[in-house]
Design a protein around this ligand. Sequence first.
Ligand code: IMP
Length: 432
Amino acid sequence: MANVVVVGSQWGDEGKGKIVDWLSERADVVVRFQGGHNAGHTLVVDGKTYKLSLLPSGVVREGKLSIIGNGVVFDPHAFVAELGKLKALGVSITPDCLKIAENTALILSLHRELDGYREDAASNSGTKIGTTRRGIGPAYEDKVGRRAIRVMDLADLETLPSKVDRLLTHHNALRRGLGHDEVTHEAIMQELTSVADQILPYMDRVWRVLDDRRRAGERILFEGAQGTLLDIDHGTYPFVTSSNTVAGQAAAGSGVGPGAIDYVLGITKAYTTRVGEGPFPTEQTGEVGDFLGTRGREFGVVTGRKRRCGWFDAVLVRQAVAVNGIKGIALTKLDVLDGLDEIKVCTGYRLDGETIDYLPASQGAQARVEPIYETLQGWQDTTAGARSWNELPAQAVKYVRHIEELIGAPVALLSTSPERDDTILVTDPFQD
Ligand code: IMP
């Protein structure tokens, strides 16, 4: 019985929602292990569209256990709001089908505010990250700074006040420095106690729940958010999110051992997009970028921002295959390339007169690399809705085969439209 980790192999928005939904139908347990409500996963189940940010994709299917692992940063207000929206759509979520790890760090309003203050200040100096302004970075800072309020603290009203004091000593110093009002102890206590009753019923010892389920032979799906190039260590630092988005985090971020992971599936878009600031070697700002953006409907689920678009970058995905241990990819949005006469693929970079086959780690070098392209012939027939290789134009098959060769990983799933069934299955990750 295989447990599967799904990660994005580019800068996020690779189309994880559909693939995770497809996989979650086959899983017993679905686990989020990093990030927070900065993620945006769109699921279409039985004709209904669900937009999830914080909750694992399993919540929209009956009979699945959904888990928010300790590696997530958890905004209680976003949680309550998302639960409310799902209830309005007829989805019933109870503590029997959703568990939140007791040791999960909280995102509070002061984190969201700090995220915004910093981004505003950085806009003036041209150094902003382009975050989702959800407080993700500041919440992770408090976690590693050992001053976070965690879910379990909501149940311990004796020690909570001293934890709040410790948090505020830090935050109020920052807020004063940035020219903003301080936050009072009472305001934070009120914020926490007002949501405690809605959160605590879901709290559990998640590491044990997962251990029991694993021993019982259940299938566990670990649902990554964002993408490898946004990883705090392996991404385009500092233009990254504040968590490890790579597959290894599935273990630490939920409390299972690395041996519990059998298969890593990398979701990979047939071209490249990114939201926010930062290097993007194959970005196309002209006609090609507009074509991809319009055809691919490249707008963020969470912030509505227009995504930057460009050609497929095999250097980046090959690196993602290595750092995640990706066994197979789910290739998405191939149909967006339909109708192009020529398609370019980046196979290497030129950096300061040399040719390299990796993304350098330094910010300066990442900004200077120039893509080396191969040009492939496009195809005029549509790939949209294809459900077998025979239905694909020959040039499209060639494109896919070439990508496999360049990145060093096979296609396990090929998605040919947002519809669930428009998927060509080569390898079922749970059966591998
Ligand atoms: P943060 O995660 O809000 O701190 O944002 C940091 C960077 O990650 C920004 O460039 C965001 O646009 C990007 N980011 C965060 N979440 C997502 C996502 O789910 N998809 C794509 N980009 C994201």
